[in-house]
Design a protein. Structure first.
Length: 162
């Protein structure tokens, strides 16, 4: 019997699962101490008065086994919206069933339905399984771009000089 895979929009009842998967992803990415948020902050970000992101849940035989969190972007070059895939994760023991591909394709379909010109994300340079997966999906690595970030005290210091 084939396992049943379903990809669906997350609901408020999925927040604990998604937050647990965020922690699992951070552990996999060798940075568990970087998860500074909470279930309450995630709930507000996804389902509050002014949501900042959306999430999908992947289920295998009605059990949640993966998720994707994404939010909107904008390309000035295309003058069209885009989607930023913030997190994408399937539990290791449930990989190789096609769940990740179905989940990824659903995010891409949402981007197309919304008239987006891009679906973008980052992947760690040592994460060969992810890099191979994205390559198989036809993704182009943008080696000429360097990501930058301000956070914590650095963000406060720069903002304080405005």
């Amino acid at each position: 019997m084939q396992p049943r895979i379903e990809i669906r929009a997350a609901g408020e009842g999925d927040v604990a699962f998604i937050f647990a998967m965020i922690r699992a992803l951070a552990e996999y990415e060798r940075s568990p101490e970087s998860v500074l948020g909470s279930e309450e902050l995630l709930r507000d970000a996804l389902f509050g008065e002014r949501p900042h992101a959306e999430a999908l849940v992947a289920e295998l035989d009605a059990q949640p086994v993966g998720f994707a969190v994404f939010h909107g972007t904008f390309s000035t070059w295309h003058c069209r919206p885009g989607i930023w895939l913030e997190d994408f994760y399937v539990m290791p023991e449930h990989r190789r069933f096609g769940i990740g591909e179905r989940l990824f394709r659903q995010v891409a379909a949402i981007a197309v339905q919304r008239g987006c010109s891009r679906l973008s994300w980052t992947a760690l340079d040592w994460n060969t399984p992810a890099l191979n997966f994205y390559g198989k999906m036809g993704a182009q690595a943008l080696d000429e771009w360097t990501n930058h970030r301000l956070s914590g005290d650095q963000l406060l210091a720069v903002a304080g000089s405005a």
